[in-house]
Design a binder for this molecule. Structure first.
Ligand code: SF4
Length: 491
């Protein structure tokens, strides 16, 4: 009943080409097969193409996925890091996930929130509780959130829009300035264009929907009931978002449900179709791995679970295949894996993460299997993770300037492809990192962070782009004002 109310067939049909979607299993298998023994020179040519910040074609991605030579993989890892630094510089953007509800009408076999899982304790936060959660997240130092909801009539587009407004309304005093959430991204069920417009009107950042698996047959088996059982409604959810005006959209697959090489190809075809229909690719790509979930046998015994070394390879191939897109590695992964994978081109991550409903404000320290969608691999605080990254020479950014300066959608894509956005990010990363170090950092983190910050400031002075655009002087003024306690200044 609910599915029939939610799904609008005409909002699927309008994107099909000759009645077909853009995932053709036969084509994908053929690409992987015909590129099964790639020539070394071909791989090196592909590396050069990625380094020129050009999205790869399916044959090229298939060739990368088939590399067997470990020395060649070392070259690929190095190239992935170079591509990331060229587009995004040496920064990592942080966010906090906020789970607002675990009520769900779907029955995804890998998920703790699925309707038929009686082990799960159900809860939906009201607006006051959402504000409390937001305060706790702000107190950690976060400026960016992704809000997550199960699919349920009680967490419909109106509820989501209200919760975004509630989050933006919270402002908390900090040591020297104040803290607030400046960008709210959303991970929620596919919606109609009319519902998506409601989210656009209240200032959604990125809208994120993962296809989970791009394999049609398997998708059917894993999603036996509820609106999510409709593969095409989900596949075109981000096309609808674009039509609703939300031009920062995020794709992803749940790795471990099916062959990882196939899913990487699926993500590439998804990217190509968004580019073809809207001239804008995905703002980010996510690649969560299946992790243990309450009441789900599949989450531990799937035959496609991805090994750590394969995981690093798949992230590398994604980095090289879609050089202009952000890549998200989350606290699902253990610290040692995050460290490895960040080195091959990730741009965003989370920390101080709580994924049980109400977990931030109720200060639950232990993971609670019966309240979470899955189990986390890394429960370290934001302060600890930032310190580790600073010791690796990476700067943490809380920048949310892009979308507030109108640098979204095709504008940001253009700037990223020309490696200009990364330069703005360098300035804004320094300004927001200054805020963090002054307002929230421990003494140890402050010491490690200051070193990175000083190095960045020295670099800023020498970059011709900043001099040509008279940005150095403006940056210096802003930096001084932020150091004196002013907040939320950006370029
Ligand atoms: Fe519901 Fe999402 Fe879990 Fe599926 S994966 S059961 S849609 S919360």
């Amino acid at each position: 009943e609910w599915a029939a109310k939610v799904i609008k067939q005409e909002e699927i049909d309008k994107y099909l080409v000759n009645g077909r979607d853009f995932i053709d299993e036969e084509v994908i298998y053929n690409k992987l097969y015909s590129n099964r023994k790639p020539d070394k020179q071909f791989i090196r040519d592909i590396i050069q193409k990625s380094l020129s910040i050009t999205r790869l074609e399916p044959d090229e991605t298939a060739a990368l996925l088939n590399v067997k030579d470990e020395d060649l993989w070392e070259e690929l890892y190095e190239a992935a890091d170079k591509v990331k630094r060229k587009v995004y510089d040496n920064r990592i953007v942080f966010f906090a996930p906020l789970y607002c509800s675990n009520l769900c009408v779907n029955n995804c076999l890998y998920c703790g929130f699925r309707k038929e899982n009686s082990e799960e304790k159900r809860r939906i936060l009201n607006m006051e509780e959402i504000k409390k959660e937001t305060e706790a997240v702000i107190n950690e130092g976060h400026k960016r959130m992704i809000v997550v909801y199960g699919e349920h009539p009680l967490s419909d587009a109106n509820y989501i829009a209200e919760s975004i407004k509630a989050i933006y309304s919270v402002k908390k005093k900090a040591k020297h300035g104040y803290g607030n959430i400046r960008r709210v991204n959303v991970n929620a069920a596919p919606m109609s264009i009319a519902d998506l417009r409601k989210l656009w009107e209240v200032g959604i950042g990125t809208y994120q929907v993962f296809q989970e698996t791009y394999n049609h047959e398997l998708y059917k088996k894993l999603h036996p009931s509820g609106p999510k059982s409709n593969y095409l409604w989900r596949l075109y959810s981000l096309h609808r978002a674009m039509d609703a005006g939300i031009d920062d959209v995020a794709i992803g697959a749940l790795f471990g449900l099916y062959d990882w090489r196939f899913e990487v190809m699926g993500l590439l075809y998804h990217t190509i179709d968004l580019e073809r229909q809207f001239n804008i690719g995905p703002h980010t790509i996510s690649f969560p791995r299946l992790t243990p979930a309450a009441g789900s046998k599949l989450s531990t015994n799937s035959e496609y679970l991805v090994k750590d070394e394969e995981f690093k390879k798949l992230v590398t191939v994604l980095r090289l295949s879609v050089p202009y897109t952000g890549l998200i590695i989350t606290a699902r992964e253990k610290p040692e894996i995050r460290r490895e994978v960040i080195k091959v081109g990730c741009t965003q991550t989370d920390a101080s993460t709580k994924i049980d409903i109400g977990g931030y404000s109720e200060n639950t320290n232990l993971q609670q299997k019966d309240k979470q969608q899955f189990m986390l691999g890394d429960t370290r605080s934001l302060d600890e993770v930032i310190r580790e990254l600073a010791e690796m020479g990476l700067i943490t950014s809380f920048c949310t300037a892009g979308y507030r300066c109108g640098r979204t959608g095709d504008k940001i894509m253009g700037l990223l492809k020309e490696c200009i956005e990364g330069k703005f990010c360098k300035l804004n990363a320094v300004l927001t990192f200054r805020e963090y170090l002054d307002d929230y950092a421990s003494e140890e983190t402050k010491i490690a962070g200051e070193k990175v910050l000083l190095k960045e400031i020295e670099e800023i002075k020498t970059i011709p782009f900043f001099q040509q655009h008279n940005l150095v002087e403006k940056f210096n003024q802003y930096y001084e004002r932020v150091s004196n306690g002013e907040r939320d200044l950006y370029l």
